[in-house]
Design a protein around this ligand. Structure first.
Ligand SMILES: Cc1cc2nc3c(=O)[nH]c(=O)nc-3n(C[C@H](O)[C@H](O)[C@H](O)COP(=O)(O)O)c2cc1C
Length: 318
């Protein structure tokens, strides 16, 4: 089984990847998407989003990090994909799941699920541009409004040369509302002959087991669940459950939050950190009642040193 850390724009940055892969259980990470419109992007755009490129395309724990691209123009996506692998990305992931309809002129993400031929053209062009030893993977939702094109889209992505396919088992219209329709992944697996990674609504080891059973997929991708419970991948990889590894105790989560703060203070990016840590809290609250109480105090703070001081006093009391 492989467990992959989901791309999450605005939350899963290199600091988060660093921490989560250090805790363990992940075999691969996908970056937040790089938006491609109508130009070859400079190297700094890739290294800013994926500083791991400067250290062999891996986190310090040794987990590979694959760059994700989002856009609609096959040729520009192909050129940028080639650049990303030249810079050290161990492959390319293409985003066909982002719910935003049009952003900055680029029609990328889930809206392309209405255009099966365009999906084919994009993956084909990127596959042609990227040397064969590097995987070119696609991440799709079940559809835009409905599932009428689900199987056609999956077939097109595979026929165009995608190495593997991740399926977030919901339409764009479903948004992030539970459930995720894992049995749909099994239907997709019947029509394509590439590995299919199951994604959506895995919050606990028991969800992972049910998802694998209903989808028939060996490999899974974790998004929000990995933020709510930072050792979720390790629990799943280790068997989880009552006899396996338990969820991290709250003081250890506090220590992680402090570590994240310290990383950021070293990088000093103004409000970037306080916004991101607040996003992280919105997921931690789902698993840890203590996070809910702490968030009430943290919500109003904007600067890293203030947040760090609050975390320190919290840890001292825990
Ligand atoms: C805040 C947020 C940001 C996301 N950003 C991306 C992204 O950049 N690229 C992408 O393919 N999917 C993105 N997704 C979708 C996730 O990768 C994943 O498919 C989705 O959250 C379902 O998995 P989960 O239930 O395990 O969270 C994002 C989801 C969230 C909640």
């Amino acid at each position: 089984m492989r467990i992959i850390l989901a791309p999450m724009e605005g939350v899963v940055d290199h600091l988060m990847r660093e921490m989560l892969t250090e805790i363990g259980g992940f075999d691969l990470c996908i970056t937040e998407f790089v938006r491609v419109v109508d130009q070859l992007l400079p190297a700094r755009v890739f290294t800013r989003l994926c500083p791991e490129l400067l250290q062999g395309g891996k986190t310090r724990a040794g987990t590979p990090v694959r760059v994700q691209l989002l856009g609609q123009e096959p040729q520009w996506l192909a050129e940028n994909a080639f650049r990303a692998v030249q810079l050290g990305s161990p492959g390319i992931d293409l985003n066909f799941g982002c719910p935003a309809k049009t952003v900055n002129k680029s029609k990328g993400g889930a809206v392309l699920l209405r255009e099966t031929e365009q999906l084919y053209r994009i993956v084909h062009a990127v596959r042609q541009a990227v040397p064969v030893q590097f995987p070119v993977t696609a991440k799709m939702r079940l559809g835009y409004e409905d599932t009428s094109l689900t199987l056609d889209n999956a077939i097109a992505l595979a026929a165009a040369g995608a190495t593997e396919l991740t399926v977030h088992a919901r339409t764009k219209t479903d948004g992030y509302r539970p459930p995720a329709y894992w049995p749909w992944i099994a239907k997709i697996r019947e029509v394509v002959n590439i590995p299919v990674i199951a994604n959506g609504e895995i919050w606990q080891p028991s969800d992972a087991a049910l998802c694998r059973e209903q989808s028939g997929s060996t490999d899974i991708m974790l998004g929000r669940g990995a933020l709510a419970q930072p050792n979720l991948a390790l629990r799943i990889a280790g068997g989880g459950g009552s006899t396996g590894i338990e969820a991290l105790p709250w003081p250890e989560v506090l220590a992680l939050l402090m570590r994240y703060s310290e990383f950021e203070i070293a990088g000093d990016k103004g409000l970037y950190y306080s916004n991101r840590i607040k996003q992280w809290f919105s997921y931690l609250k789902l698993q840890y009642p203590q996070a809910e109480q702490l968030f009430a105090k943290l919500r109003l703070l904007r600067r890293s040193p203030e947040i760090l001081a609050l975390l320190q006093s919290e840890l001292a009391q825990s």
